[in-house]
Design a protein around this ligand. Structure first.
Ligand code: UGY
Ligand code: MN
Length: 248
């Protein structure tokens, strides 16, 4: 019997695990016939936002990016996207990066289509072009081995160019895969588990996690993870990159 007073979700000053059992829906102007769950935003102390959107029949997301760029990833289902005049049907595993100041429309979804979004205020860099709209897809053949460990593969979904101030990667851990060290770093992460189960260590706390769970890691939140069970664990994650590290 499940007990409604228990959850795996936690919210701490420098990290959070958000499991779907605690979702409460938000209304977002321009996003209709859908449920929106705001997983991470600045109210937590974060410098990114992450949402998960589930579209019903007739669901639509219409808007214009302002100060923030938005990365949209199709977790399940399919939907038609029109981004700044470019039209494409996006299915599970496909994504579009929408830079600042561009219009977007997602419409005619399959019932139950789930989208993940990452939002970050764009920081322009002198002498480097603001990135354009970019479509792409998950592809394990484009995921090189990470730190000489055959059980770990990372696909970078955005180009490694200084014009970009955010990265979004897909990290696959085969059975037995674990981070080769405890990471301690300035970059922040937002993350969604796409497959499997794992144990995540955050700020010296240990958490069992699985497909559907999201994690926020503030800068310098110490992190380590290992896969668990008989199938690989896979997550998609955000990271801020490529900008001067201090205002001092
Ligand atoms: O890119 C990263 O910092 C990545 N290795 N961190 C993580 O997966 N928690
Ligand atoms: Mn990291």
């Amino acid at each position: 019997m499940e007990i409604s007073a228990l959850t795996r979700s936690v919210v701490k000053h420098n990290h959070a695990i958000i499991a779907p059992d605690g979702y409460i829906n938000s209304n977002v102007p321009g996003w209709t016939n859908c449920t929106v769950n705001v997983i991470i935003n600045e109210q937590m102390g974060a410098h990114l936002a992450q949402t998960i959107i589930t579209l019903r029949e007739g669901g639509e997301l219409q808007g214009q990016t302002q100060a923030s760029q938005i990365f949209f990833y199709v977790v399940e289902g399919q939907v038609q996207a029109s981004i700044d005049g470019q039209d494409k049907t996006l299915a599970a595993g496909q994504y579009v990066y929408v830079p600042v100041g561009k219009s977007y429309l997602f419409q005619n979804p399959e019932e139950g289509t789930q989208l993940l979004t990452f939002h970050k205020v764009y920081e322009p860099l002198a002498d480097h072009e603001t990135p354009g709209v970019l479509f792409g897809e998950r592809d394990l053949s484009k995921a090189p081995v990470y730190m000489n460990n055959d059980a770990l593969r990372i696909q970078e979904l955005l180009p490694n160019e200084l014009g970009f101030d955010m990265a979004v990667n897909i990290f696959t851990y085969d059975m037995g895969g674990h981070l080769p060290m405890v990471e301690t770093h300035i970059m922040e992460h937002g993350l969604l588990y796409l497959e499997g189960e794992a144990i995540y260590m955050l700020d010296q706390h240990w958490y069992p996690v699985k497909k559907g769970d999201s994690i926020w890691m503030a800068p310098y939140c110490q992190q380590w993870a290992t896969t668990m069970g008989k199938v690989p664990s896979v997550y998609i994650y955000y990271k801020n990159v490529n900008r001067f590290p201090t205002v001092i």
